[in-house]
Design a protein around this ligand. Structure first.
Ligand code: 4GP
Length: 842
């Protein structure tokens, strides 16, 4: 506030307000200016990297102006804001998205062309912002796009990792991880060296009692680390609203280094302090659906949560409202349990620092927070040892114990007959060592808990969180089925299809904001010209992927073949192993045919991509088998085009934008009940590809929307999984004969040293086949045959594709965000045409 310009001088400011480029000429002028001044280069020294930098800066200037206005408007309106706390934001590239969301891609295209560049090449220069592992992080990124596009006053809060998810290289068929240093040049972030928060760790707690007998706890920390804010503008689509993603970076609290130590000659340890502090935000943990319980991870969590809450509270306090109005002004969404300490931290701020009573504080906390669960896999449910929490955050552990005590007392009062309930629902697990169950803490401290697809939300209500439904009643547990942003996943990734759709559904600015308008294309499903154009778009997208495959692997694939794609993190529950076993079965069948028979077979390209967590041995074995099968099949002269097996290295968001539009069929084949939702399933169908999948996650709702005649479902149902597992372990576990044949061939050494794949084989044959690969294999193969037959009838296939796309409107992340806003956050959008408060001060 002190930095605010006094009233009489504001006129000069208003007169000189920055505006950013308008139109092609100004765009070119801005690009040249940035090349010549910001980058200190010239037309004799401007490569594509420099052109990318200057173009981004020109766009950034535009964004920043709207971003400032949006923030001023929100401050002025002082309405309720949403804070989305996520340890992962898998953003991908920003430039193309900014061009499209602002609506200036054509300007950029012609302007760059006049300056001697192709817009596509310039876009390719950008390094992905890969601050996430997979579904959970990409969902957060889609949500930011929707929040801005729908004009919600919303902030994202995350960590500014120096290293995002590692880069994957495939060397001799094995995954090798390479660090991804992505911050070399990042025009999309603004360091805010004036926005810092000092975060405490370790230390101890002292209690004092005042005259009235009131006890106050004082946490004296043993170590302080500074959080510095880095802001990333998030442009809405076809709206001036531009929101903020604030990422925290860690530094030594003493600044560059400790001068005292330096002066006393202890230079090394002074630099060491700095490095130790920086370690906190140095690297993203590369695990998907897995919790490893490392101390540094807990430090990351508290560091990020404490800085974010400090910021949120500071903003609230500016309005000088009483504390009880906090939940009317602030909604905080916990993306998984990673930010659960925020619940404890807010309670601490309210009782220790602001002097509120426990009960008043706790009411505020519960009304403020809500929690999204993203998985039922037990290995992914976060738990922290009591000893570690005690050591790192001694005051927080006390508060957790108190939260638990009051919670258990309530349970005991309400369910006096059920003694075992207390130990089942306790936030503290009485194990050796004792553990804090973060999901339980998140449930107890939130007013709503949601799953991410109908089946998943049912499963959490009836299995892992069953007792809590009994305790809190069913209304606390809701479903919000995931969604995806059609801006990136249709308009940006598949411009051909987007403009074809626009020819029937109207202006992209309409149907990309109300995706249910896609249903208009169904009227044209029998229009021959439309169908022909549809097929041409798909073929062009397949050609684009074929070119990419050739340039990265050297393998030539025919765009006329059926492209069968499975791209996602490698995980046993996602069952890439079943897919590759199926590929081997197909290969064996082809080998057994005569050359004439083989010629009649519909050619197929099996495309895989995805990273394995560095410590996930079985996932790495799966990658190795896929590559080994590829090198045998792709070099077998008997096979030719009939089958190709491709593993695409380093799957990430920008590669997904090329791969997804090119798919004919994609595989979403998790063991029923294990994939909470899946979101790539939605992306593939929206891009005119069909799905082979299990009755799991959002596949079920996709089926309901598009019709069961348009999807290839197979396999056992979630309700039968427990019995099958039991039978596999204790009963008579017979391996499917086709799978047995595949295993025998693997073990004969056809794909290299059989020993290398023994783990995958014995998991099914000897260790109970937990993921039911054998139980589902027969129906998987049968369904793949059905896919081949259906694809052979191209007319029917195109009908299925068009109909499916027409019915995908439900899966926009806009629908999803509106549901959160109404049912969980109770927030309203803030339209940009209302008084924006510019020049009116705070
Ligand atoms: C993922 C789920 O596995 C996926 O099904 C879901 O679509 C996605 O979250 C978004 O909700 N979970 C994780 C995780 O990535 O680490 O738990």
């Amino acid at each position: 506030v002190e930095a605010s310009i006094p009233e009489p001088q504001r006129e000069a400011w208003l007169k000189n307000q920055a505006s950013g480029f308008k139109g092609k000429d100004q765009f070119e002028k801005e690009v040249v200016r940035h090349v010549e001044t910001t980058l200190a280069r010239s037309m004799f020294n401007c490569d594509e990297t420099a052109a990318y930098a200057a173009t981004s800066l020109a766009f950034r200037d535009r964004l920043v102006i709207e971003w400032n206005r949006t923030q001023q408007r929100q401050t002025f309106a002082d309405s309720k804001r949403v804070y989305y706390l996520s340890l992962e934001f898998l953003m991908g590239r920003a430039l193309d998205n900014a061009m499209l969301n602002i609506g200036e891609k054509e300007v950029a295209k012609s302007g760059l062309s006049e300056l001697g560049f192709r817009v596509e090449d310039i876009i390719q220069q950008e390094h992905d912002a890969a601050l996430g592992n997979g579904g959970l992080g990409r969902l957060a990124a889609c949500f930011l796009d929707s929040l801005a596009s729908l004009n919600f006053p919303a902030w994202g809060y995350g960590l500014r990792y120096r290293y995002g998810i590692f880069k994957q290289e495939i060397i001799d068929g094995y995954q090798v991880e390479v660090p991804d240093y992505w911050l070399d040049f990042n025009p999309w972030e603004f360091p805010r060296h004036d926005v810092t928060v000092d975060i405490q760790f370790y230390g101890n707690v002292n209690k004092t009692t005042d005259d009235s007998g009131k006890v106050t706890a004082h946490w004296e920390g043993g170590e302080t680390v500074r959080a510095v804010a880095y802001d990333v503008p998030i442009p809405g689509y076809a709206t001036p609203s531009t929101n903020n993603l604030r990422l925290w970076s860690s530094q030594a609290a003493s600044g560059e280094f400790d001068f005292q130590k330096f002066n006393s000659g202890d230079y090394e340890s002074s630099v060491g302090d700095q490095q130790r502090a920086e370690t906190i935000s140095a690297v993203l943990y590369p695990n998907d659906n897995l919790d490893r319980g490392k101390e540094l991870r807990l430090k990351q969590q508290y560091f990020w949560v404490a800085a974010s809450l400090y910021d949120i509270v500071r903003r609230f306090k500016k309005s000088k409202r009483p504390w009880r109005e906090f939940p009317d002004q602030v909604a905080i969404q916990l993306n998984d349990t990673h930010p659960t300490l925020a619940i404890v931290e807010l309670q601490r701020i309210l009782i220790d620092l602001e002097g509120l009573d426990w009960d008043d504080a706790w009411n505020i906390v519960q009304q403020t927070f809500s929690y999204t669960n993203h998985t039922v896999l037990p290995e992914a449910l976060e738990k922290w040892s009591v000893g570690l929490v005690q050591h790192l955050l001694p005051r927080h552990l006390q508060i957790i114990y108190d939260i638990n005590l009051f919670f258990l007392q309530m349970v005991e009062r309400n369910f006096p007959k059920d003694r075992e309930m207390l130990s089942r629902v306790s936030i503290i697990e009485e194990s050796q060592p004792k553990m804090v169950r973060m999901a339980y803490l998140a449930i107890v401290g939130s007013h709503k808990v949601n799953g991410v697809a109908e089946l998943h939300s049912d499963l959490i209500r009836t299995t892992i969180f069953k007792d809590f439904v009994t305790i809190f009643g069913p209304d606390k547990f809701v479903n919000v089925t995931n969604g995806i942003t059609p801006r990136r996943w249709l308009h940006q990734a598949n411009p051909g299809l987007s403009s074809l759709i626009a020819s029937k559904a109207g202006d992209p600015e309409h149907y990309l904001k109300d995706l249910t308008l896609l249903n208009k294309i169904e009227l044209s499903v029998n229009d021959p010209a439309f169908r022909k154009a549809w097929a041409e778009v798909k073929l062009a997208n397949k050609q684009r992927l074929a070119d990419y495959i050739k340039s990265t692997t050297g393998i030539v694939v025919s765009p006329k073949a059926l492209f069968d794609v499975q791209v996602k993190r490698i995980h046993e529950y996602k069952r890439q192993q079943m897919n590759i076993f199926g590929v081997i079965f197909r290969y064996l069948k082809l080998k057994s045919m005569s050359p004439e028979e083989r010629k009649k077979v519909l050619p197929r390209v099996s495309i895989f991509g995805g990273k394995a967590a560095p410590g996930y041995w079985m996932a790495k074995q799966i990658i190795h088998l896929i590559n080994s099968v590829g090198s045998v099949v792709n070099n077998d002269p008997d096979i030719g085009d009939a089958l190709k097996v491709i593993f695409l290295e380093d799957y990430n968001v920008s590669k997904a934008e090329i791969i997804i539009p090119a798919s004919d069929i994609s595989e979403h084949i998790s063991t029923a009940g294990t994939e909470a939702s899946g979101t790539s399933n939605m992306k593939f169908v929206l891009n005119g590809g069909l799905i082979i999948g299990t009755c799991d996650g959002a596949n079920i709702e996709i089926t309901r929307e598009i019709g069961e005649e348009n999807i290839f479902l197979f396999g056992n149902l979630a309700e039968d999984v427990d019995d099958l597992r039991h039978k596999n372990t204790y009963g008579d576990h017979k391996i499917d004969p086709s799978l047995d044949k595949v295993f025998n061939v693997i073990q004969s050494g056809t794909f290299g040293n059989a020993q290398d794949f023994q783990g995958m084989v014995s998991a099914v044959r000897e260790h109970g086949d937990f993921y039911l690969v054998s139980d589902d294999f027969h129906s998987y193969l049968e369904t793949q045959e059905l896919v081949d037959k259906s694809y052979a009838d191209q007319e029917l296939w195109i009908t299925k594709c068009i109909t499916s796309v027409a019915r995908m409107g439900f899966f926009s992340s806009d629908r999803c965000i509106n549901e959160y806003a109404e049912e969980i956050w109770n927030v309203e959008p803030l339209q940009p045409d209302t008084n924006n408060g510019v020049g009116k001060g705070e």
